[in-house]
Design a protein around this ligand. Structure first.
Ligand SMILES: Cc1cc2nc3c(=O)[nH]c(=O)nc-3n(C[C@H](O)[C@H](O)[C@H](O)COP(=O)(O)O)c2cc1C
Length: 406
């Protein structure tokens, strides 16, 4: 099971911020991911959004102040706090932030947070002046130093009409942070995974490049699947257009040469390297320093070979023993298995994911892939048509078993 949110008890504290209505989406997304979400609303939060709304999206009781002094008062805060795998306060008001920083426990939410030893994520949302107050900053720092994970706030247009930091983070970013925190301790815990994603671009002149159709989607899915298994992920990417997987360290590169340097640098202590990027085989021999003018006629662009990253990796690996395991990708439009068999030997890979790009539902840009896994002993496993995330999950399931065996 690699969905870190499934069957996890999450307390979602909601406070009296104008952004309280956005917490409904957080609750909904967590629930859809399989989490059991117990919402606690402060009195002020109830002015903005009804407990019934949360109950409707979570299918579970949403608690309010009345429950603290109700017949099961003690049971509610202690039992909620104790069984929680994660406490998330989103949005957290300046007021509740101050209470948690000081250990004040005068309402159901603050008592429950104090009664819980689960990881704490907070997502502040308030007006820019409230957020910039030295006392608020100090409270945020106090909680951070105590181990709380702070998501946001973002900078942008606020309800007051002012512009600046204080905006509630996107619900999906908060959910992804929860997913990351709950994934720690998985099968890849303590293992460094380096993944490349996207297509490189090789400059012809300051405005033109030679590139390819790789979107980076499969690489990002591999990063998410590795994170879900608890891995420490470094994602070397050429794209800015996909959401960053929460918890990954991102390294942005453009050219094949930059990718080579980044891969060699970051894989010196890596347990696993997955080369999912589409790296250019050729680049212009010379890059013009000024834009090539069309008045000068049709230019002749001479190409040269780029460095072979996997060959360089194989050399380093022989010398230093790192990266410990390497997975390559082969995008092929013909003779899929034969070409992949040749590559796995040449590049001394532990696995190759041969990607059939001859059909429209597999390969570049689309959200699905049709991948065959090949291994050095000649065996192969057809994954069939899958989403890129499911393809990634199956690849990582296999790869993580290498480390279980030591
Ligand atoms: C219309 C309105 C909007 C508010 N928005 C925010 C907000 O976005 N962030 C915040 O920290 N406080 C905000 N407040 C102030 C809090 O609601 C107030 O400090 C309250 O005591 C917070 O209580 P709680 O932390 O127990 O939820 C707002 C108040 C009102 C009346």
């Amino acid at each position: 099971m690699t969905n870190p949110l499934r069957d996890k008890f999450i307390i979602l504290g909601v406070t009296g911020s104008i952004a309280a209505y956005k917490a409904v989406e957080v609750a909904s997304k967590l629930t859809q991911s399989g989490a059991l979400v117990d919402v606690i609303l402060t009195e002020a939060a109830c002015k903005f959004v009804s407990p019934l709304t949360f109950q409707s999206v979570t299918g579970r009781k949403a608690s309010t102040e009345a429950d603290l002094w109700g017949g099961e008062g003690h049971v509610v805060h202690v039992s909620l706090g104790h069984r929680a795998d994660l406490v998330l306060v989103a949005p957290i008001s300046a007021n509740t932030l101050a209470k948690l920083a000081m250990g004040i426990a005068d309402n159901l939410l603050s008592v429950t947070v104090l009664a819980s030893s689960a990881p704490l994520i907070i997502a502040p949302a308030m007006d820019v002046d409230m957020y910039n107050q030295p006392i608020t900053q100090q409270n945020v720092e106090t909680l951070r130093k105590r181990g709380a994970i702070i998501v946001g706030p973002e900078s942008g247009h606020l309800a007051s009409g002012l512009v600046g930091p204080g905006r509630f983070s996107e619900p999906i970013d908060i959910v992804n942070q929860a997913r990351y925190i709950l994934s720690r301790g998985g099968k890849l815990a303590g293992h460094k995974v380096v993944i490349t994603a996207g297509g490189t671009s090789e400059p012809i002149d300051p405005v033109r490049v030679i590139t390819n159709r790789s979107s980076g989607k499969q690489g990002y899915a591999l990063a998410q699947a590795s994170l879900d298994l608890g891995g420490d992920v470094t994602l070397i990417t050429t794209t800015n257009s996909l959401p960053e997987p929460a918890g990954a360290t991102l390294i942005h590169v453009n050219t094949a040469h930059e990718m080579l340097e980044a891969v060699l640098k970051h894989s010196t202590d890596a347990d696993l390297l997955i080369m999912a990027a589409a790296v250019a085989d050729f680049r212009p021999f010379r890059t013009a320093s000024e834009k090539i003018k069309k008045e000068a006629g049709v230019p002749t662009i001479t190409l040269e070979k780029t460095e072979d990253i996997l060959a360089e990796v194989a050399r380093k690996r022989e010398q230093f023993g790192f990266p410990r395991r390497v997975i390559g990708f082969a995008a092929e439009s013909e003779s899929l298995v034969e070409n992949a068999r040749r590559k796995i030997k040449q590049k001394r890979l532990d696995m190759i994911a041969a990607n059939d790009i001859s059909t429209s539902d597999s390969g570049f840009e689309v959200d699905t892939n049709r991948v065959t896994l090949l291994f050095p002993d000649g065996t192969l496993q057809e994954l069939g048509l899958q989403s890129k995330f499911e393809t990634a999950r199956l690849i990582l399931e296999k790869a993580s078993s290498w480390f279980e065996q030591g």
